[in-house]
Design a protein around this ligand. Structure first.
Ligand SMILES: Cc1cc2nc3c(=O)[nH]c(=O)nc-3n(C[C@H](O)[C@H](O)[C@H](O)COP(=O)(O)OP(=O)(O)OC[C@H]3O[C@@H](n4cnc5c(N)ncnc54)[C@H](O)[C@@H]3O)c2cc1C
Length: 358
């Protein structure tokens, strides 16, 4: 789990179970200047949280060699699966927000595809040509407009049933039609296998990659529109988008592009353009992939000088000789000329709240 923790990753059931930073209780690191061992109390008020300083350190402060995680009961027999088709992206987004703010308990998997992804997903999940497909057409859920939501509710049996029932009520109130738990099962079947298609496609000069970010409910539509506008500025390019990690205050946005490209430079330039668009629109540079080297040039543009300065001081404390993951990770030793961050359109870094040094 080391990579998961130091990149602040998120599993597909994070809407209920949380991201890894919500799951870690204690950690042991060996760093160039010291060892850090944190305690596994469920909570403390003993100054800043050392665990949270080290989670997301991407191997730059030390090596994580042991971690204590909060575990939950594994009760797959209680899982409630559901899927819904909405007439429009607008109705689908509103329904998701209402579910997340409903305070009846959170769904576990919760994944909403935009119209472009929905059309491809319905083919991939074998829905085309089935009675569900016929019903959708008859009831006016149009190709190019409709949106697919798949999800589960987990935990105690009565709790899972309650959450699934409430999700259904909200979705139907927003004009959705049930597409049954079978579609969710289909998604589950391919979810870990499908990403491997990337390598096979590359043999044919077709590049597929993903970029993702975090948005508030207020910035969601702006980010979705602006990033997709950039993605589609390139002809013959597919850009599928979904949200798959939700919070009462917002969600992630995950962009998958598929295009024929002639070489590495073209790919890098396109990828950088998407990252520019994500930052300009006011989203975070990552929700769960981490920053690494690839996104590092945009980090300061998002968090500002003061926060990056803090990261650099922490780095100097743990690793003054810069032996841990040197070469640009987390922008810690990134030369200024490689910085590519752009201020948000409102003149402020990501998010809706202006930053002190924005
Ligand atoms: C197709 C695909 C799908 C993905 N889907 C998801 C997803 O759904 N959710 C998600 O969160 N992420 C996802 N990722 C991103 C990636 O899988 C995660 O960031 C992952 O958790 C990294 O773990 P790893 O063990 O592979 O780390 P690595 O890739 O090996 O390392 C990542 C970084 O962490 C450092 N590191 C690793 N272990 C340690 C350690 N013990 N101590 C200190 N530093 C360490 C490495 O030096 C490196 O900088 C996906 C990636 C791909 C390619």
């Amino acid at each position: 789990v080391g990579g998961w923790i130091v990149t602040r990753g998120a599993g597909q059931n994070s809407t209920y179970y949380g991201k890894i930073e919500d799951i870690v209780l204690a950690q042991d690191y060996v760093c160039p200047t010291c060892d850090i061992v944190t305690a596994d109390f469920p909570a403390a008020a003993t100054g800043p949280d050392t665990d949270q300083i080290l989670i997301g350190s991407e191997g730059c402060f030390g090596i994580l060699y042991s971690a204590t995680l909060r575990v939950r009961r594994y009760r797959p027999e209680n899982t409630q699966r559901y899927s819904f088709i909405f007439r429009s992206w607008e109705e689908a987004k509103n329904a998701c927000r209402e579910v997340l703010q409903g305070e009846f308990g959170l769904p576990s998997v919760f994944r909403l595809s935009d119209p472009e992804e929905t059309d491809i997903a319905l083919k991939l999940y074998g829905v085309e040509g089935t009675p569900i497909d016929t019903m959708m057409r008859l009831r006016g859920y149009k190709q190019g407009e409709r949106c697919l939501l798949v999800g589960t509710a987990d935990g105690d049996r009565d709790f899972a049933k309650l959450v699934a029932r409430k999700v259904k009520r909200v979705c139907l109130a927003h004009g959705a039609m049930s597409a049954t738990g079978l579609v969710t099962k289909k998604w589950e079947e391919g979810r870990f296998r499908d990403p491997y298609l990337r390598d096979a496609l590359q043999d044919y000069g077709v590049i597929t990659d993903t970029l993702e970010c975090s948005v508030t409910w207020t910035s969601l539509q702006r980010v979705h529109t602006q990033v997709r506008e950039f993605c589609h500025s390139r002809p013959n390019t597919i850009c599928m988008t979904h949200m798959s990690h939700f919070y009462p205050q917002g969600c992630n946005l995950y962009f998958i592009f598929i295009a024929r490209m002639s070489g590495l430079e073209e790919y890098r330039e396109y990828q950088a353009g998407i990252l520019d668009a994500i930052q300009k629109a006011g989203a975070t540079m990552s929700h769960h992939h981490g920053i690494g080297k690839m996104t590092a040039p945009w980090l300061e543009g998002q968090i500002g000088k003061a926060q990056l300065g803090l990261f650099r001081q922490v780095k100097a404390y743990f690793d003054p000789k810069n032996v841990m993951n040197p070469g640009g990770t987390l922008a810690l030793d990134l030369p200024d000329e490689q910085r590519r961050g752009v201020a948000g359109e409102a003149g402020a870094p990501a998010g809706d709240k202006p930053q002190a040094d924005g």
